[in-house]
Write a protein that binds this ligand. Structure first.
Ligand code: ZN
Length: 236
C-alpha cells in the first residue's frame, strides 16, 4: 500500500520515499506524488533520484492490483532499484499542471451541458467529454463563452469527503456514468467548485478556476444517435 500524497495536495512536485519493490512492471514506493492513470486523467511522468546512483526516468504511472497500489513505470532496460533504497520522487510538474488545469476545466464543462456524461479524457493541452444529449443542441461558441466566464470568475475548487452511505443517498451527484468514483474505503472524495459543480472525483485539480486560463471549444463531434463529444483546448 502506498501513501497517496497527491490526494490531499495536488501541488506537491516531489517527495522523499522508500522503494518497496521493483520488477519489470515498475517501481513501488511507500509514498508518492505520482498520480496513476485513472478517471480519464493520464498517469504522471517524472524521475526517481537516488543519493548514490543515476536518476531513473518514470515514463508512466499506473494502478497496481491492490487498493492504493501505484506502479511507477520505467523505460525499457532501466536498472531496478533495490527494495529499501531511499529516493526522491519528482513529477514532470509542467505537464501535470496542464493536466490539472484541463481536468478542472472538464468539471466546468460538465456543469454547463446538461445530460449524462458517457465518457471523458484529459490529455496534454486538450480534453473531451461525451454527453448523452439528442440532436444538435450544443452551441460551440456559447459553451466556450460560458466556460471562459466561469474560469475568469475565479471560483475556488476544493475537496470534500462524504461517506459511502451519504453518496448512495444522493445518486444525482454522480454525473459520469463511465467513471466510478473512488469508494469502498467507507468514504468518497467529492470535488466542489463553489456554486458551480459538485461530484465525486479522484483526480488532481487546480485550487481556483482562474488558474485554468482561456480555453476554446475546438470541435463538437457526433458520436452516435445521442452522443455528442465536446473537445476543448487551451486558447493560449
Ligand atoms: Zn476531477
Amino acid at each position: 500500500m502506498t501513501e497517496l500524497l497527491f490526494r490531499n495536495d495536488g501541488y506537491l512536485r516531489s517527495c522523499a520515499a522508500r522503494v518497496i519493490a521493483a520488477d519489470e512492471r515498475g517501481v513501488r514506493l511507500d509514498r508518492t506524488v505520482f498520480y496513476p492513470a485513472g478517471g480519464g486523467q493520464p498517469g504522471d511522468t517524472g524521475v526517481l533520484r537516488f543519493a548514490s546512483a543515476p536518476a531513473i526516468a518514470i515514463v508512466d504511472t499506473i494502478k497496481g492490483d491492490g487498493a492504493d497500489e501505484v506502479i511507477h513505470v520505467l523505460a525499457p532496460g532501466s536498472p531496478l532499484p533495490e527494495p529499501g533504497t531511499g529516493v526522491v520522487a519528482e513529477i514532470d510538474w509542467e505537464r501535470r499542471y496542464r493536466l490539472m488545469r484541463m481536468h478542472t476545466c472538464l468539471h466546468l464543462l460538465c456543469s454547463i451541458v446538461s445530460g449524462a456524461v458517457t465518457g471523458g479524457q484529459v490529455s496534454d493541452g486538450r480534453g473531451r467529454l461525451d454527453f448523452d444529449v439528442p440532436g444538435s443542441s450544443l452551441d460551440k461558441e456559447a459553451i466556450a463563452s460560458r466556460l471562459n466566464t466561469l474560469i475568469a470568475d475565479g471560483h475556488p475548487v476544493r475537496p470534500r469527503w462524504i461517506t459511502d452511505e451519504e453518496l448512495a443517498a444522493q445518486p444525482e451527484l454522480v454525473r459520469t456514468m463511465s467513471v466510478k468514483p473512488p469508494s469502498g474505503m467507507g468514504r468518497v472524495r467529492l470535488m466542489e467548485i463553489s456554486g458551480v459543480d459538485l461530484q465525486p472525483c479522484g483526480g488532481t485539480h487546480v485550487r481556483n478556476t482562474a488558474e485554468i486560463g482561456p480555453v476554446a471549444v475546438t470541435k463538437i463531434e457526433n458520436k452516435g444517435k445521442q452522443n455528442r463529444r465536446v473537445i476543448l483546448a487551451f486558447a493560449e
